[in-house]
Design a protein around this ligand. Structure first.
Ligand code: LIP
Length: 289
């Protein structure tokens, strides 16, 4: 299929990309749910806080083969196909960006620790980027059977209803989420400083264990914002598009525009963005580049 993003073919192409992403997320999500409490192997990756099971690997294999059956010339970047740790993640992204114009970026289970413990909040996250820009984002939460879908320029939806960020206009009226990164040496101390600075200023902080789900919830207006230090492209690519298409704002924690290489992320309803960034920066909790 030839796809020209500027022309009418893009509508056909983009719809079919989205349909494939939804199909993959639904199939993988149902399978993951069927394995809840029944995973056979548990291994550690970059640290004792970085878990992987055979279900993560099986989910990625299933999604990869479905996508490449439909789009054999696209490139594919999945968490379990990349090496462990921040540097390996950076390198895998650089290599994938060089390969083809179309790049699928997949986290086969975002929230693996939740999955391992039977705690709800493990999702499938699938994004498609064209020349480095995300054009489709799908996040499926099998625990609640919620499919979040975003298409560049066409909005973001859950349960067929258009999503819209919430209207909180200050941190004091906000519910904000963050995460504890698997990298306990570099990223965790920075995020802990951030929590210490943000928690007293907001209604409350949530740490639900899935960056992708947090982003989907910002898009759906269930959270006013989310930040985390040290994430990878597969954790956030789909969710970033969702927040943008729901009227929110996404940047790195220093305020620079989002691109796929951003690892320190802030995503909000827009209205509380500056206040969140300022709070993090004043506490020395924005991290480096
Ligand atoms: C996890 C994130 C979580 C974050 C962890 C980790 P995984 O992804 O979504 O919110 O705090 O650092 O990256 O490893 O479950 O796909």
């Amino acid at each position: 299929m030839t796809v020209n993003l500027q022309g009418s073919e893009s509508i056909i192409g983009s719809k079919s990309f989205t349909a494939v992403a939804i199909n993959c997320a639904a199939k993988a999500g149902e399978w993951i749910k069927s394995k809840l409490g029944a995973h056979a192997s548990l291994s550690l990756k970059s640290s004792p806080h970085d878990l992987v099971t055979e279900v993560d690997k099986g989910s990625e294999k299933m999604i990869r083969s479905l996508i490449l059956t439909h789009f054999p010339h696209h490139s594919f970047l999945g968490e379990e196909g990349a090496g462990a740790g921040p540097e390996a993640s950076r390198q895998a992204l650089e290599a994938a960006l060089q390969a083809e114009d179309y790049l699928w970026i997949v986290d086969p289970i975002d929230g693996t620790t939740n999955f391992v413990h039977g705690f709800p909040g493990y999702v499938v996250s699938i994004a498609l980027a064209y020349r480095g820009e995300v054009i489709v984002g799908v996040i499926y939460d099998p625990s609640r059977d919620e499919m979040f879908v975003a298409e560049k320029g066409k909005g973001a939806y859950v349960h067929g209803k258009r999503m819209q960020v919430d209207e909180a206009d200050k941190l004091g009226a906000s519910l904000i989420a963050t995460g504890f990164p698997a990298d306990h040496l570099g990223s965790l101390p920075v995020n802990l400083r951030g929590i210490q600075a943000v928690a007293p200023r907001v209604r409350n902080v949530r740490v639900a264990g899935s960056a992708a789900l947090h982003l989907a919830y910002v898009a759906a207006g269930r959270l006013s914002g989310f930040w985390e230090i040290g994430l990878s492209s597969w954790d956030v690519a789909a969710g970033v598009l969702m927040v943008q298409e729901s009227g929110g704002r996404v940047s790195d924690t220093s305020g620079a525009a989002y691109d796929l290489r951003v690892r320190n992320i802030a995503a909000t309803n827009g209205a509380v963005h500056e206040e969140l960034l300022h709070t993090l920066q004043a506490a020395g909790a924005a991290g480096g580049k």
